[in-house]
Design a protein. Structure first.
Length: 445
């Protein structure tokens, strides 16, 4: 992200100081300066000012250790914003530098998205291919301790700062997994996190797997390039599975662009707030659906958040895709970064965002069309009955062209049950689409 002299709207999931995945940032707002307070508003009362001043003097005079005035004022500002909601905060120069690193997808850390929830550090999602993902960290994990010291609920920003660090340095986290009764200690080595946000491959001839791990500034171009490469090599796609599981968000402009890649038209997302400039609408206006109407299934789970929910909501409400999985996280508020003198800034919640059908997902999430259970498939390799000619010993070979990928489906189900189910659904939709296209028109007499 380039910090231009404009206010920046963000769809953020967690504080900028996190050692996690990039936050979700949207397009520039119209003005760098905060708008005037609404007519009729009044400032703090004299009694409140006197109370604040008295508390300030008491801390200066009686706190066990000396605290300078600047530190006290910074703490007061931090506390004022933290008391509003989990996403508003005061950004120091260092925080803005981390924001720049986050949106570029390159930083030193562990590769996890962390939220401050009820005085705890809760993992929203580990990012694919990072130290956190390889260590087995899961959405919903709670970090109880760092390097042998318990996480202080009153100093969560300081704990978040510890998660980042120079590549090659180690850190030990005490982590409580969901439904576990005891924490486990995980020792991780920090890396230079440089995340490729898009991965793709063919699941079967004609059926693509498109994985977006987060939304960053090159995501739209990379997704377009990879889809075009698949179709150039193997011909038009008959269907695709878009995997947004454990995607914590990213740049909202990238999310809008990704949704636009699969839509011929229609609203993608809108935002509404108290101030008029917070009311915005984003609509599909690109070059049309890259899949040319081929069926699309989107996989979501409780780690699908923020900008990822924009894509899921847009494709669902525009009836472009079938959503499968589990209800999404439900982060539907918009944050605006307002610059301050001296290179600091305020990140303030200024609006909620709404899906094309007008629904807010804040604290509710998006319900999938088809819910999937947490299930694993065990492949039985025991003795099998003879079920077809090909099972008989010394059977005659058939035409080579009649062969198909047998056994791959079972392996896919064993590796990723949800993806296997999504492939079955998209194949069924493709068969129905082909049958509809081939059906002769019926003339009315």
């Amino acid at each position: 992200m380039r910090l231009v002299p404009l206010a920046l709207i963000l769809l953020w999931f967690a504080p900028a100081a996190m050692a996690a995945a990039p936050p979700a940032v949207a397009a520039p707002a119209a003005s760098a300066a905060p708008a005037p307070a609404p007519a009729g508003s009044v400032g703090p009362s004299l009694a409140d000012i006197q109370t604040f001043t008295r508390v300030f003097e008491l801390v200066r005079q009686a706190y066990v250790d000396p605290v300078d005035d600047h530190t006290l004022m910074q703490s007061a500002i931090t506390g004022m914003l933290a008391g509003l909601d989990p996403h508003s905060e005061f950004l120091t120069r260092r925080g803005l530098d981390q924001l720049d690193e986050d949106t570029s997808g390159r930083y030193g850390g562990l590769g996890i998205e962390v939220a401050q929830v009820n005085g705890q550090l809760r993992i929203i999602a580990p990012i694919d291919g990072t130290p956190a993902a390889r260590a087995g960290m899961l959405p919903g994990d709670v970090i109880l301790g760092i390097n042998g010291k318990a996480v202080d609920p009153d100093a969560l920003n300081a704990a978040l700062d510890q998660l980042r660090g120079a590549p090659g340095t180690t850190i030990t986290l005490s982590v409580l997994h969901p439904q576990a009764s005891k924490p486990v200690d995980l020792t991780l080595t920090r890396e230079r996190i440089q995340i490729a946000s898009v991965h793709s491959r063919l699941l079967q001839p004609g059926y693509a797997y498109l994985r977006i791990s987060q939304f960053q500034d090159d995501t739209v171009a990379e997704l377009t390039r990879q889809i075009e490469a698949l179709q150039k090599k193997d011909g038009p796609l008959q269907g695709a599975v878009l995997d947004l599981r454990s995607n914590p968000g990213g740049l909202v402009t990238a999310a809008v662009g990704v949704a636009d890649d699969f839509l011929d038209g229609g609203t993608i997302v809108s935002t509404r707030g108290r101030l008029k400039q917070a009311d915005m609408t984003f609509a599909a206006q690109g070059g049309g659906d890259l899949l040319k109407g081929a069926p699309l299934v989107v996989l979501v789970d409780n780690g699908t958040a923020s900008a990822a929910e924009i894509v899921a909501g847009a494709l669902k409400d525009n009836r472009r895709a079938v959503l499968m999985g589990r209800r999404t996280f439900g982060k539907g508020s918009v944050q605006t970064v307002l610059p301050l003198p001296g290179g600091e800034a305020v990140k303030l919640t200024t609006a909620r965002y709404y899906t094309p059908d007008g629904g807010s997902i804040q604290a509710r999430g998006i319900e999938p069309d088809i819910r999937l259970a947490d299930a694993t498939v065990r492949l039985d390799r025991g003795p099998q009955l003879i079920q077809r000619e090909a099972d008989l010993p010394n059977h005659l070979a058939g035409d080579a062209s009649a062969g198909s990928a047998q056994g791959g489906e079972g392996k896919l189900a064993g590796d990723d049950y949800w993806l296997s189910e999504a492939l079955h659904v998209v194949q069924g939709l493709a068969v129905a689409r082909a049958a509809t296209a081939e059906r002769p028109a019926v003339r009315k007499r």
